[in-house]
Design a protein around this ligand. Structure first.
Ligand code: NAP
Ligand code: ZN
Ligand code: ZN
Length: 350
């Protein structure tokens, strides 16, 4: 295998910088691809800076990957050289536990293998993600990209898309349901598009007054500035489901108060510091539920991609060369991205 060019964090404090390594030789079921595009997820930043206290350095982030197949192992049946493919947050799991058997590899009881921050199940080596020129992944963890969609706009579907699609499906978003999305970032803007396409009445909650018009264009029926108590009160006791994508610690009580009886607030945002515990009475008086959700399994990720193909849905992106990644992280922290950075990996091949 040729040298792979990448960007890595060497430790929690250093900016990402060029890093070279070699991908493994192809195993029987491996697919090798040139990475074309890789989305920039807030989880990349959390991991590079060790905010979740689990980083193994060097960290090569990136789990919103679209690539072109360049070689296949001898037993591969699902893909051939030249195919346009996707890779999300998972590259392996035990494949035998109850969760894996149900297609819920993200909840693998023996621990899934992340696209980065591994470890690989066979060698124990750290996995390196999509901020790199090529990738080698078992075919069972490779996705088909709908041919009618712009490949750069597809990349963010592999994490931001599936992470919002899965809870929307799990909690029944659809016609007749009032669904809230909290935060208009990478995940949030996909949540708005997907919930709208599923036929729900969609309300977007934002802290940024400047995003109101965009939210409506993306598919929100209503937009609420969440800092405005009066606007929030107008929606009390009315939501079936609220999906909270916020990447920072905040008070959950104002959102729980918007749920109707038996409504659910599902957390997908994974901030460095936990939210303060919500008021107990706010939950028990209306049998409200506070839940969490982690990305999605491989089958559901393919279902989401196919759904996006049918509905013509991709992410709204700002393309950057790899060399701009540290600026992109600073802008993401200021909520200054509309609405996902995507790295053009040709910038590392020159
Ligand atoms: P992002 O693009 O940075 O978006 C986060 C949004 O949250 C911002 O655009 C902003 O929206 C809002 N926000 C940020 N700081 C806030 C604050 N202090 N108070 C209130 N709102 C704030 O991030 P992302 O890539 O969408 O990721 C969001 C979170 O989900 C991250 O923590 C990430 O690690 C996590 N995540 C979880 C999963 C999972 O499986 N559960 C998967 C992927 C990512 P407004 O400007 O509209 O307020
Ligand atoms: Zn992600
Ligand atoms: Zn398993």
């Amino acid at each position: 295998m040729n040298t792979t060019h990448a960007y890595a964090a060497a430790d929690a404090k250093s900016p990402l910088a060029p890093f070279e390594f070699k991908r493994r030789d192809l195993r029987d079921h491996d697919v090798q691809m040139d990475v074309l595009f890789c989305g920039v997820c807030h989880s990349d930043l959390h991991t590079a800076r060790n905010e979740w206290k689990n980083a193994v350095y060097p960290v090569v982030p990136g789990h919103e990957i679209v690539g072109r197949v360049t070689a296949i192992g001898p037993e591969v049946t699902k893909y051939k050289v030249g195919d346009l493919v996707g890779v999300g947050c998972l590259v392996d799991s035990c494949r035998t536990c109850a969760s894996c058997a149900e297609g819920l590899e993200q909840y693998c009881e023996n621990g899934f293998v992340g696209t980065y921050n591994g470890p690989d199940r066979i060698t124990g080596e750290n996995t390196y993600g999509g901020y790199s020129t090529n990738l080698v992944v078992d075919e069972e963890f490779v996705l088909r990209v709908p041919p009618n969609l712009d490949p750069a706009g597809v990349a963010p579907l592999l994490c931001a898309g599936i992470t919002t699609y899965s809870p929307l499906r799990t909690w029944g978003a659809g016609p007749g349901k009032k669904v809230g999305i909290v935060g208009l970032g990478g995940l949030g803007h996909m949540g708005v598009k997907l919930a709208h396409a599923m036929g729900a009445h969609v309300v977007l909650f934002t802290t940024s007054a400047s995003k109101v018009e965009d939210a409506k264009r993306l598919g929100a029926d209503e937009v609420v500035i969440s800092k405005n108590a009066g606007e929030m009160a107008a929606h009390a006791n009315s939501f079936d489901l609220i999906v909270n994508t916020v990447a920072a610690q905040h008070d959950l009580n104002p959102f729980i108060g918007l749920l109707k009886r038996d409504g659910t607030l599902t957390l997908v945002g994974a901030p460095e510091h936990d939210h303060p515990s919500p008021q107990v009475f706010n939950l028990i008086f209306k049998r409200r539920r506070l839940a969490g959700s982690l990305i999605g399994g491989i089958a559901e990720t393919q279902e989401m991609l196919d759904f996006c193909g049918e509905h013509g849905i991709t992410a709204d992106i700002e393309m950057i060369p790899m060399q701009k990644i540290n600026d992109a992280y600073e802008r993401m922290l200021k909520s200054d991205v509309k609405y996902r950075f995507v790295i053009d990996l040709d910038s590392l091949r020159k």
